[in-house]
Design a binder for this molecule. Structure first.
Ligand SMILES: [Zn+2]
Length: 460
């Protein structure tokens, strides 16, 4: 039996740039197998035609100045540029070199390509492309063809080009379908055909993308890439988002900011936190303008994504957001979801921490007094030993009131402050549970601000 399809694009490849191009090609062509060179060439020509004859603003951000599509010597004559690009492609297809494809590992019938022929490459270090690539390398015909389709499966983000690859095939398809649809509609509308996310902050873009995936009920691990394509300062930014982060968002924030109303459902606590932490600098005086002040008033929730948001930034980068939760006096409910979904905290430990916090309320006869005598001393502890000592001291006080101890020695060792756990985070978790039950007046608020701002390293 002979293989009927001579160009087969159905198998995933390891190189992210080639992979995003492969997915773009399949979506653009509406198929993943081609029976002849002519059949494939027809699609490539269609693509080149768009690249060459649709002059777009964003083109130069994506295409190397050295590529045949933008090359200075042929820049003025578009027909000549188109001819060159086509010739180059068919010449590469004719090569037959032995070796292994750098991207997928396929053996033989390879072509030798230089980095500058491809639309996305530039700069000597060639950082955008892939770390493996030297100036001249071997690739199979499928991988080489795929690369030409990479730009149409990317989005402009923060003045650079972004894309993502997931371990869930459906997420990749969702990404490609949306991009090619936008790409095609941009061509019809005769505007920049490269897809513009209109978001200038990478983390915000990722956050918004996760939200959209939730609406489709799609989950998986995703790596987001942001590449630049100028000779100077070309770099790649990578952010990996886990399925846990997606589960968390699914719990607390579906349809984030798409709804007109805030404050009706249990999910609004998280959305409100996001709102609270969004700000931008005002143009005339450089003062921070909180999202609340001007956007909520105008019900322009979507524009949050244009605002810098330290909470989103930390969350997307996989850093702890416990300090944000404490500062905002978040509920135990939200904190618990976070600790369970993102931090993978054991149920047993969660239960003990909550019980200890609740138990301490036995010492509370008056909120203000309680805050000064119990809460603030806990806030002030500076080491695991100090925190442990403080808790033991409070337990002794409690024993004069209740007969059952606040915690057993075993619980202290295995649940409250087990070795390997971040003690200061444990402190914050206890405090979140404590604050939830207290009324805090202005005077206390001020003292609290002073306390928590000591040694602050938040991104604000
Ligand atoms: Zn290959």
């Amino acid at each position: 039996m002979t293989e009927k399809h001579i160009f087969n694009f159905s198998q995933p490849v390891g190189d992210p740039m080639v992979e995003i191009g492969r997915l773009g090609l399949i979506e653009f062509c509406g198929k993943d197998k081609f029976e002849s060179f002519e059949e494939l060439e027809k699609e490539v020509k269609k693509l080149f035609n768009i690249y060459v004859f649709k002059p777009v603003k964003t083109l130069n951000q994506v295409f190397s100045f050295n590529s045949k599509f933008t090359h200075n010597s042929t820049a003025k004559n578009l027909n000549e540029r188109m001819k060159q690009a086509n010739t180059q492609f068919s010449d590469l297809m004719k090569e037959n070199k032995d070796g292994y494809c750098l991207s997928c590992g396929k053996a033989n019938n390879l072509c030798s390509v230089g980095k500058t022929i491809f639309p996305l490459t530039t700069g000597n270090s060639n950082a955008n492309f892939t770390s493996n690539f030297s100036n001249q390398f071997l690739m199979c015909k499928e991988c080489m063809s795929s690369l030409f389709f990479a730009p149409i499966n990317m989005k402009k983000i923060a003045g650079r080009m972004g894309f993502m690859i997931s371990n869930n095939k459906e997420i990749n398809n969702f990404w490609s379908e949306e991009n090619i649809e936008d790409f095609n509609s941009n061509i019809v509308k005769n505007i920049d055909c490269l897809v513009d996310s209109k978001i200038n902050i990478f983390e915000n873009f990722i956050y918004k993308t996760i939200e959209e995936l939730q609406e489709e009920q799609l989950f998986g691990d995703i790596t987001f890439y942001l590449i630049s394509n100028t000779d100077k300062g070309s770099e790649v930014t990578l952010i990996h988002v886990t399925e846990n982060q997606m589960n968390f968002i699914n719990h607390v924030a579906p349809k984030f900011f798409k709804d007109e109303k805030l404050g009706t459902s249990g999910k609004d606590e998280w959305n409100y936190l996001i709102v609270k932490h969004s700000y931008k600098e005002r143009k005339n005086d450089g003062k921070k303008v909180k999202f609340e002040d001007e956007v909520i008033k105008n019900k322009d929730y979507k524009s949050t994504m244009k605002y810098f948001n330290p909470l989103i930034k930390n969350f997307i980068q996989g850093k702890s957001i416990i300090s944000f939760l404490k500062k905002s006096r978040s509920s135990w409910h939200l904190t618990e979801i976070y600790l369970r979904e993102i931090r993978g905290m054991r149920e047993e430990r969660l239960a003990v921490l909550k019980r200890v916090a609740d138990g301490l309320q036995e010492l509370n006869n008056d909120d203000k007094e309680f805050i000064k005598k119990v809460i603030f001393p806990l806030e002030r502890t500076k080491s695991q030993g100090e925190l442990r000592g403080k808790l033991r001291e409070l337990m002794r006080k409690l024993m004069t009131k209740v007969s059952k101890p606040l915690f057993t020695a075993e619980e202290m060792v295995f649940q409250i402050l087990p070795s390997g756990e971040n003690w200061s985070e444990t402190k914050d978790i206890l405090l979140i549970a404590l604050y939830e039950k207290l009324t805090i007046d202005e005077e206390i608020e001020e003292e609290f601000e002073n306390l928590t701002n000591e040694g602050e390293d938040e991104d604000e």
